[in-house]
Ligand binder design. Structure first.
Ligand code: NAG
Ligand code: NAG
Ligand code: NAG
Length: 523
């Protein structure tokens, strides 16, 4: 037999009586029972008459105030910043003389007083006498753990007709207050000493004698430790601490919390604009020729490799070298450690260029040219092994150089200089010699232009020579006239000697105008 037992579970859901939750309000204000129109205004000096009491004219006036209830409510702005308000609920029965209420509170800690008048409109007269009406007012801002004294009087002020009550606002031990009221987690004031790389933090406004923790952290998804945790003794009157930092970064935050479980943490991240240090994080491995950059903070940035042009200080991107972060890191392999090879970082705020090789700490290669009479000698030195491609080209615009068709390949071993000879016939005033590394992916070409090579200097020399021939001829004619007087024999010998002297003079001029030319570091 199959017996089906149906069991009925009666589940009693007990309301989790979390009396710790403080009711929320969106806006503070005044509310009166239905049918009663009321208005509030801050009590001022003109209300001085209400501070003198008179005898209540009727029993109904003398017993008008029935009850007063006090509680705390919380008003939060944008979900994060919260304030505590005192919620005053009064009950009174209508009596013909009563035009309103005065509610005052006195802070027993600071002796500060604040009063509010609630006026009923004339129409209230049409309400039956003795009707119970409620007045609720919650615009008094109070502080956690504040000790206050609240009084409620009628307007006019009848002697002995008054309700009063002492009240303690919930303190930071209340979970809801502790979590949402800023003063419950202390206040951090900081100052930065950029020279010593120290941030000094003062801690104030947190209740109790608990110790306090302060740390520096880098905010990614969570805030990651950036230094040791500092503990400040709760008993010390001046709660102050100094924290060392290595770099001021946009994601550097100061975090503080009370040394109790689940304490609310306050976080200040005041360096959001200090982005400069982010770009200094470039590393180069000379052995693998790898250039890498890792963002030290979450950042939206476009990274590229570029060639710094000496002519206009523009940094021209290498093709296909551009990446957009967020990515974990950027890595370029096979990069020539040339002083003119740079990294460009572009964000919404602007563009930054960093040239990691500009200070000459890394191996470089050099090109120099020397002119010979009929050819140009190009010599190379390199601190590392390198493969070069060398090209003779005609300079077109600022940065473009058109090949004239001759390519040379050069292998550099490491220490010795290697040279090639390029025939001088290809020379013209716009000619350049360009060389770049072919054994890397990113190489900045070296270029030497305006080569005064043998051919062009000879052309120029020939013009000069013809001038000289003319003047020489004049001198000769003059000499000849003089010498004619001296005699025929002398003339013949002298003429032969000047002619012999011309050739060596020509050679000397040529070699001086095409002498050693030092390398331009880059174009
Ligand atoms: C920290 O407190 C000390 C002593 O009261 C004061 O001299 C200093 O200016 C304060 N520093 C900050 C950042 O508020
Ligand atoms: C950062 O710079 C912006 C614009 O210049 C400015 O409005 C903002 O207040 C600065 N922030 C900080 C934390 O200095
Ligand atoms: C850049 O990338 C494009 C497409 O991937 C490719 O066709 C081109 O050859 C690349 N250029 C260089 C210089 O690597």
């Amino acid at each position: 037999m199959l017996r089906v037992d149906v069991q009925i579970f009666i589940i009693i859901i007990l309301g989790t009586s979390d009396c710790q939750i403080i009711p929320r309000i969106e806006e503070c204000g005044l509310a009166c029972s239905q049918g009663i129109h009321c208005k509030s205004k801050p009590a001022s000096e003109s209300d001085i008459f209400n501070s003198f009491c008179r005898v209540a004219p009727t029993t109904s006036s003398a017993t008008a105030l029935k009850s007063m209830k006090l509680s705390t409510v919380m008003k939060c702005v944008k979900g994060s910043q919260c304030f505590l308000h005192l919620n005053v609920k009064g009950t009174l029965s209508l009596s013909e003389n009563i035009r309103g209420l005065e509610i005052c509170y006195l802070s027993l800690d600071t002796q500060q007083t604040s009063c509010m008048n609630v006026r009923f409109s004339r129409k209230t007269n049409q309400q039956p006498l003795g009707r119970k009406i409620q007045v609720q007012f919650n615009c008094f801002e109070v502080k956690a753990a504040q000790h206050i004294y609240v009084t409620m009087k009628t307007i006019p002020n009848y002697c002995e007709v008054k309700l009063s009550q002492e009240y303690y606002v919930e303190d930071c031990r209340n979970n809801d207050v502790g979590k949402h009221i800023p003063s419950c987690s202390g206040k951090l004031d900081y100052s930065v000493d950029r020279a010593k790389k120290v941030i000094s933090v003062n801690i104030s406004h947190f209740p109790g004698d608990q110790d306090y923790y302060v740390r520096l952290c880098h905010k990614w998804f969570i805030c990651e430790d950036a230094g040791a945790l500092a503990r400040v003794k709760g008993k010390e009157s001046l709660k102050s601490i100094s924290l060392q930092y290595s770099q001021l970064l946009p994601c550097l935050c100061i975090e503080g919390w009370e040394a109790v479980p689940d304490a609310k943490r306050i976080q200040l991240c005041p360096f959001k604009n200090d982005t400069k240090a982010l770009w200094d994080n470039i590393m180069y491995n000379a052995a693998t020729q790898t250039l890498a950059w890792e963002p030290a903070c979450p950042v939206q940035v476009r990274v590229s490799l570029c060639r710094l042009m000496k002519s206009n200080y523009q940094c021209v991107d290498f093709q296909n070298s551009s990446y957009t972060i967020p990515e974990n890191h950027i890595r370029y392999s096979r990069v020539d450690s040339h002083p003119g090879l740079c990294m460009k970082f572009t964000t919404k705020q602007g563009s930054w260029i960093r040239c990691p090789f500009a200070h000459g700490k890394f191996p470089v290669w050099k090109m120099r040219i020397a002119g010979r009479e009929e050819q140009i000698q190009v010599s190379f030195t390199s601190q590392t092994k390198a493969q070069l491609s060398v090209l003779v080209c005609n300079q077109m615009q600022l940065s473009s150089c058109e090949s004239v068709g001759t390519h040379y390949s050069v292998s550099l071993g490491g220490s010795d200089s290697t040279s090639i000879n390029i025939p001088g016939e290809i020379c013209s005033s716009k000619v350049c010699i360009q060389a770049w590394r072919t054994d890397v992916d990113y190489s900045v070409p070296l270029q030497i232009c305006d080569i005064q090579c043998a051919l062009s200097s000879r052309n120029r020399d020939e013009d000069e020579n013809s001038l000289k021939v003319i003047s020489l001829t004049a001198i000769i004619l003059l000499l000849a006239t003089v010498l004619t007087i001296l005699g025929h024999k002398f003339l013949t010998v002298f003429h032969r000697r000047t002619h012999e002297g011309r050739s060596p003079a020509h050679l000397m001029r040529c070699s001086s105008s095409t002498g050693m030319k030092s390398t331009q570091p880059w174009h």
